[in-house]
Ligand binder design. Sequence first.
Ligand code: NAX
Length: 325
Amino acid sequence: MNKPVRVTITGAAGQIGYQLAFRIASGQMLGVNQPIILQLLEITPALSALNGVSMELEDCAFPTLKKIIATDDANEAFDQCDFGFLVGAMPRGPGMERSDLLEANAKIFTHQGLAINNNANKNVKILVVGNPANTNALIASSNAPDIDPKNFTAMTRLDHNRAKSYLAKKLGVQSNEIQNMIIWGNHSATQYPDISHVTCDDQRVLDAVSLEWIESDFIPTVQQRGAEIIKARGASSAASAASAAIDHMRDWSLGTSDKSWVSMAVPSDGSYGISPGIIFSFPVICKDGNFEIVKDLKINEFSKDRILITESELREERSAIESLL
Ligand code: NAX
């Protein structure tokens, strides 16, 4: 058995947190030889619910789960943290403008960024799930000046998995046969799911589907999948979101397969002409606990226009909270 690692989950009594905690505690992220200390953060009114989650975790008797800390104190939750899932966020309320949402969340992620800076391990890996995820990650990172900005990422893996699955269904294959999907940009309806580099059984899929299907079916279906799930379930995606968060963190820590890259929202380094200073979803490969943006892919005109739209939305989000950076 290895030395235990500390995994922080914020919003741990919420829908996604409730899925995430059990899967991580049972070894589904880092394997059954990696002991876990779970550090669960909630707001004060949700502490009773969080206590219930802790009780259920204990009742599972997972051999990998060494200890549970349940708290409403961000400093305690991020103490010596190795992996941080920032899930808790302020949802959009009735009459709330997008700028109000950005501001309300900016307060939460400023506070948590500082707590990470002051308490977490310097090589901590942070994944922001709470929306608006890309910009929340930027705010947390800019409030953690002692931690490399590359340690702050946001989640587009759910979009990536949705895109793979939908395409696999269209082609009548299994989703693991779909390689090199890309989600570019923001985790929002402007995201661009790009199949121009996708292969299936070493064949380019672009030759197997029509442009009309890509434009009028594939792209809008992936972009609107979250809203469709809310309509069907009466609640937003939770189990699939937790599963994607685990995929993201596992691949970042243990490495991606050499057959395919994955999508992660990471600080832009200017690749593909994307402005530095925003957290943008790119194709990445991961090795030895680090990620690298896949460089020099050929981007066609169809893709260029869509990448620009999602980049421009992220630059606007950044401007709306610039004073807090
Ligand atoms: P829930 O409302 O079920 O849970 C959120 C939890 O966070 C609540 O228990 C709340 O008390 C807690 N919380 C709020 N502020 C907090 C703070 N300052 N510190 C600690 N905890 C706090 O939402 P859930 O369905 O779990 O979704 C969580 C977030 O994930 C939302 O922002 C949602 O929009 C976002 N999503 C992001 C996805 C992505 O792909 N990036 C997909 C799924 C999901 O929609």
